[in-house]
Design a protein around this ligand. Structure first.
Ligand code: ZN
Ligand code: ZN
Length: 811
């Protein structure tokens, strides 16, 4: 007897042993999915490997094999195991998260009425039991249990169901659910033997035979394009054994087409690009782990370096993954990839493509037929064969962080994956994450730089407007949105027939208090993050350590009394633009206006065709895309990102401002950028104004060192939620106690610090109360051990706890 170790999608790290029946023995290999009996159900499991004889005698046999070929290699499994351990996410769930979904099989429980009721039954069903019978009666006597639950609006039917079952009035059975993804197969028609010269055939049959003789075995879809009434012709020929019909699997691609042909223009790298590429090529040749930061100002031609690096990688027989921060950018990038690699099959993986296509592409990648993968964060999991190169474009971008289920950061995962595969990894950015740049200084990553814009276009001129100087002259009720300078600049730009971009931070919903006289912003003395205003309770509060005070009516700095909360949304901004400039064509781009398919592209196209004068938008407008006629960029409030309750607020602001500013002046006309703020002296703004990353880094790294924030420590953010406020508070106190007990020595020696618990910035979401608890420490091994223990004990506190390891942001 042979046994296998199987992981299943359950919230536990436990794996299970199953036996393989003789008939399936040869086709069970690691990386395939199997259908297994699990409790009363049948579910999908992942084969991890063979195991030696088990000492248990109740081992069950697997039911079936669900994949014709394995979905991952053995070295991929090593990587998956690392992911599972590092992010404290069970292996079975990790595999479920990573592998293309849809062909998972699971049985469902069905409930049916038993029609032949035995005579002389003397007990009657209760009213709730009777309702179950009524619903079944109305539905032809049979329903899946899940639907029955829904129809009755009740979660727990267990007791009634088993009572009815005992009475013999209903029966339960397990039925397999239909998988969401199937293999697509097509009929292939082939000539079996030459018909004799004198064989009697219709004209059409003869033509078809002639076609097959010329083209060889052909799919039925091809024949349909040439002949009419194909099925009956084929049946006739098949009966006479002149043709054979077989089935072959068809590959479904990503269905994205290149939009614009780039043409065969000769690509000549400039000096900086060329020396960066030389370093990367050395890395590729070295066959060792080679991480590097490609630090290039906006518009310096990083994509050209990526493309050349991929070409070198392919020339060396390797495969490559290229991650981009925004799904909407993939068609644009695809065009350039197709133009450069016309003979390469390129896969696109992100959440927007169909399950079937994802499944097909995945298998092509694993088999090595597809060597280049582009995609959003989840593309990092693609099982690329002989992986030699990973590119993370805009590596500092927060979209690489997944905020649910497995809370990973694709940039960090890319580093780990490259290490396992001894590959080269390029982290590209104009504004590298502080942590990434710190690693180049420590010598962990190589540093490659593109300090100039292509064609030596100047960087745009950045001006900062002090909003404290602006008086609300017009309407006292409406919020102060535009400074005089920005208003005039918009008017001038439109008069010249050029375009305007107005940017507002999406995360602007954290209301903060600012003194409109001196610009003072309330920050926590313990944590150096902004205090958040809670209008309902009239308090300001720290979301790290829970410090809170009543909102003061007087400014502690200038003793003025104009302390106001600040916040305006994109919709309001659009309204204001329409009110001030009634003849101007305005469009808005944010998650609301782009949720429909194709909406994003429509706005971009309208902008390109110059049907929009002013585009109002969030982060979405800051990425990619060259618009030569955008000459003015306005940042409505730098303060909204400066005051998010996160120790990375300054870093995020500097990155955003640089990114937004980089949108201006891409064409011949020079760009102008206007930033409005109540804090014109903040170093993040001053350094963004002078395009001075290193200056910003110098300031920021000193602050981080002083507060012992990353990179000088590691942080774990425990997100705790509960549907009951009091039980949640009790549970989180108990959790803190557990941490204190478990790491008594580490805390005493200063190796671990607990901050909080505090209410989460969004205190209540989907009916659940939320808190956060920060654990700071230098030794990642101690931290990980601690988190593991907390998560294991989570069930004793009855809490829903999720751990964010080195979180990018704290939403
Ligand atoms: Zn003040
Ligand atoms: Zn604090």
């Amino acid at each position: 007897m042979m046994f296998i170790e199987v992981a299943v999608n359950i919230p536990s790290d436990k794996t299970f042993t199953y036996a393989i029946p003789e008939s399936l023995k040869t086709s069970v290999v690691p990386g395939k999915r199997v259908l297994i009996p699990f409790g009363k159900k049948r579910i999908t499991g992942y084969v991890l490997g063979e195991t030696s004889v088990t000492h248990r005698d109740d081992v069950k046999e697997i039911v079936d094999i669900l994949d014709s070929e394995p979905l991952f290699h053995n070295e991929d499994l090593k990587f998956y195991r690392w992911l599972s351990r590092y992010y404290h996410y069970p292996l079975g769930k990790t595999l479920h998260e990573i592998l293309p979904g849809g062909i998972h099989l699971k049985s469902n429980t069905w409930v049916s009425l038993v029609t032949e009721t035995s005579e002389g039954m003397d007990y009657r069903p209760s009213s709730s039991q009777q309702r179950i019978l009524d619903v079944l009666n109305r539905s032809c006597g049979i329903l899946p249990l899940s639907i029955l639950r829904k129809q009755l609006g009740k979660k727990d039917l267990g007791r009634d169901i088993s009572a009815l079952q005992k009475m013999g009035m209903i029966a339960l059975e397990e039925r397999m659910a239909k998988p969401g993804v199937t293999l697509k197969k097509e009929k292939i028609i082939a000539l079996s033997h030459e018909p004799p010269e004198d064989a009697r055939m219709t004209k059409k049959q003869r033509a078809l035979i002639e076609f097959l003789r010329l083209h060889g075995p052909s799919p039925i879809s091809t024949l349909r394009r040439t002949f009419t009434n194909i099925p009956s012709t084929i049946i006739a020929l098949e009966q006479r054994r002149m043709v054979t019909v077989s089935e072959k699997e068809v590959y479904r691609g990503h269905g994205q087409r290149a939009i614009i042909k780039e043409g065969d223009r000769q690509i000549i790298l400039n000096e900086d690009q060329d020396s960066a590429l030389k370093e990367i090529t050395r890395g590729l040749d070295g066959n060792t782990f080679f991480p590097c930061l490609l630090h290039g100002v906006t518009g310096s031609g990083k994509t050209e370096v990526y493309l050349s690096a991929i070409r070198e990688c392919l020339a060396r027989g390797g495969g490559a993954i290229c991650l981009v921060p925004e799904i909407a950018l993939t068609p644009q990038l695809m065009t350039r990839f197709n133009a450069r690699f016309p003979n390469e099959e390129i896969a696109i993986l992100h959440s927007g493509i169909t399950k079937s296509s994802r499944y097909d592409q995945w298998r092509r990648i694993r088999s090595g037929e597809t060597r280049v993968v582009i995609g959003a964060r989840s593309a990092i999991f693609a099982p690329v064969k002989n992986l030699k190169l990973i590119i993370v474009d805009e590596e500092h971008d927060t979209s690489y962080k997944q905020e649910e289920r497995m809370r990973y950061n694709a940039r960090d995962v890319a580093i780990m994956k490259a290490q396992l595969h001894r590959a080269t990894v390029i982290l590209g950015s104009a504004t590298p994450a502080i942590h990434t740049y710190y690693n180049t200084i420590k010598g962990k990553y190589s540093y490659l730089t593109l300090p100039r814009r292509t064609e030596d276009r100047p960087l745009p001129v950045v001006e900062i407007v002090d909003m404290k100087q602006e008086k609300k002259v017009e309407d006292r009720e409406s919020p102060l949105i535009f400074s005089r300078m920005l208003r005039e600049a918009i008017r001038d730009t439109i008069k010249k027939g050029q375009q305007v971009l107005l940017f507002l931070n999406r995360r602007g919903f954290h209301t903060f208090m600012v003194c409109q006289r001196c610009g003072y912003v309330f920050t926590c003395l313990n944590c150096a993050v902004s205090l958040t205003y809670h209008a309902g309770r009239g308090i300001i509060k720290c979301h790290y350590c829970d410090f809170s005070i009543k909102t003061p009516s007087e400014c502690p700095s200038c003793h003025g009394d104009r302390i106001r909360s600040y916040g305006v949304g994109t919709e309001r901004l659009e309204e204001e633009v329409r009110r001030l400039f009634p003849d101007v064509r305005v469009a808005r781009m944010d998650s609301d206006t782009t949720s429909k398919k194709g909406a994003y592209e429509r706005i971009i196209d309208a902008l390109r065709r110059r049907e929009i004068d002013v585009l109002v938008g969030t982060q979405m407008i800051t990425k990619g895309h060259d618009f030569p006629d955008i000459t003015l960029v306005g940042v409505i409030s730098a303060d909204t990102s400066l005051n998010i309750p996160d120790f990375r607020a300054s870093e995020r602001t500097f990155q955003l401002l640089t990114q937004v500013a980089g949108r201006g002046g891409r064409g011949k006309a020079p760009g102008r950028v206007i930033i409005q703020t109540f804090n014109p002296d903040h170093y993040a703004l001053i350094k963004a104004k002078s395009h001075d990353y290193l200056g910003f880094y110098g300031n920021e790294i000193n602050l981080r060192r002083g507060m012992a924030y990353p990179p000088f420590s590691r942080i774990v953010n425990l997100h705790v939620s509960s549907s009951s406020k009091s039980r949640g508070m009790e549970g989180i106190e108990k959790t803190k106690l557990i941490i204190r007990e478990e790491s008594y020595d580490a805390i005493r020696e200063g190796k671990i610090e607990i901050v909080g618990p505090a209410e989460a910035p969004i205190h209540k979401l989907k009916g659940k109360y939320r808190w956060q608890l920060l654990i700071k420490g230098k030794d990642s091994r101690i931290l990980h051990r601690l988190v593991r223990n907390i998560l294991e004990k989570a069930h004793t506190t009855g809490l829903d706890i999720k751990a964010d390891i080195d979180p990018l942001n704290f939403m």
